[in-house]
Design a protein around this ligand. Structure first.
Ligand code: CP3
Length: 358
């Protein structure tokens, strides 16, 4: 597989001194920055109103809509970063997989990958040509974010997590089809990882060129693998993706769930920050990752459904585990849930800011 060289871009100086970007660089910040995975979503009435009668993909592919949804949580609360409204599955249709987001069910792919031939029929088109709306959305969002001092995060899914959807055809509990393919067709599996690496590196380069000031790579489901399988089947292509992304000149967060056992391997790929799910205490996580890496996390999103007493207690517990060291970005340990009361989210953002103000 040919790998076009990734352009080296000049770092964007805008909002360089924001708490979020300082922390991403491992520098001391005036307070602990806070943002939440899925901070734009169904828990917000503004989101539900805008989504009414419109499909997920329509919103993603219409820059004015994607920009508006991205800004909804920023307008409602003092978040320290915005994340572009998009989905990790957006590259699948442009590669030839028929994706639909089915309400109440989740993503569905009608022509999932079943054979090595199916891998070879996947296209790897240039992101700028087939997903131009993403760069447009980023440019629109930046116009609104820059005067507010809020930096923008771009993102992609990681090769394993995307392969799991491409092969299962939907979300999964045990990734049985994915593992069967990985073990049974190792050559085709590696070709699939390479194809994802190529399109994802290109897509992230497009996002950074358009104005994303940091990026997160979501490897949400990689925790289903043993250490051996991660190293053998996933680490090489993911490592190349992270290496190429780092050359873009913006800081990189690498996130997964149920990854306690994988943290030494995942962190060795050299992202600036490791996203930690709610299962691992942050002081333990810090011992498992590389020296100098930051951590992002890691409140159980269910705690935002209350009571405040327990939410406050566990927020204090997390901040105590961090114990004032630089390089902590406060976040949930997995995305916000649709049942989350907006008031609890706002109260939490304010509380972390107050407790960590220097
Ligand atoms: O964080 C943000 O606010 C940015 C937006 C964002 C979405 N998806 C919007 C979305 C991000 C960062 C994602 C990433 C994503 N998408 C992941 C990785 C994070 C994680 O949760 O592990 C994954 C696995 C997906 C795939 C996906 N997209 C699933 C499984 C679903 C259905 C489940 C669900 O929550 O509905 C989606 C749909 C989706 N992506 C929604 C949103 C707001 C809900 C769609 C709706 O409004 O009905």
């Amino acid at each position: 597989m040919t790998r076009p060289s990734t352009p080296v871009l000049t770092p964007d100086p805008t909002n360089r001194d924001s708490a979020f970007l300082k922390t991403m660089r491992g520098e001391a910040a005036p307070h602990t920055p806070v943002w939440f995975m899925r901070q734009a979503g169904r828990y917000m009435p503004e989101y539900r109103a805008l989504r009414a009668g419109r499909s997920m993909l329509e919103c993603i592919r219409t820059p004015e809509l994607a920009a508006e949804i991205t800004l909804q949580p920023i307008k409602a609360m003092p978040m320290d970063a915005a994340i572009l409204f998009n989905d990790i599955l957006t590259p699948l249709p442009v590669m030839g997989l028929d994706l639909d987001f089915v309400g109440g069910v989740g993503p569905q792919i009608s022509n999932r990958i079943e054979t090595p031939f199916d891998v070879d029929r996947l296209g790897v088109p240039a992101a700028a040509e087939v997903m131009p709306y993403t760069a447009e959305s980023i440019k629109l969002v930046r116009q609104e974010l820059d005067p507010r001092g809020v930096p923008l995060i771009g993102f992609v899914g990681a090769p394993f997590t995307l392969a799991s959807y491409a092969i299962e055809g939907k979300g999964s509990r045990n990734y049985e089809r994915t593992k069967r393919f990985m073990y049974g067709e190792p050559a085709a599996w590696h070709r699939l990882m390479d194809k994802f690496e190529t399109i994802l590196a290109d897509y992230l380069a497009e996002q950074v060129k358009a104005g994303a000031q940091a990026v997160q790579i979501f490897d949400s489901w990689v925790g289903a693998l043993s250490i051996y399988d991660y190293v053998t089947f996933v680490k090489p292509a993911t490592g190349r993706l992270i290496e190429r992304t780092k050359k873009l000149g913006v800081p990189v967060i690498y996130f997964g769930t149920s990854t306690h056992h994988l943290l030494p391997q995942m962190s060795s790929l050299g992202s600036d920050v490791m996203g930690i799910d709610w299962r691992t205490p942050l002081n333990d996580a810090w011992k498992l990752i590389q020296p100098g890496q930051g951590v992002q996390g890691n409140l159980d999103p269910l705690l935002l459904q209350g009571p405040w007493r327990e939410l406050k207690h566990q927020t204090d517990r997390i901040l105590a585990e961090v114990d004032g060291r630089p390089g902590h970005i406060f976040n949930v340990g997995h995305g916000l849930l649709p049942e989350t009361p907006v008031d609890m989210v706002r109260r939490l953002v304010d509380y972390v800011h107050e407790q960590t103000a220097k």
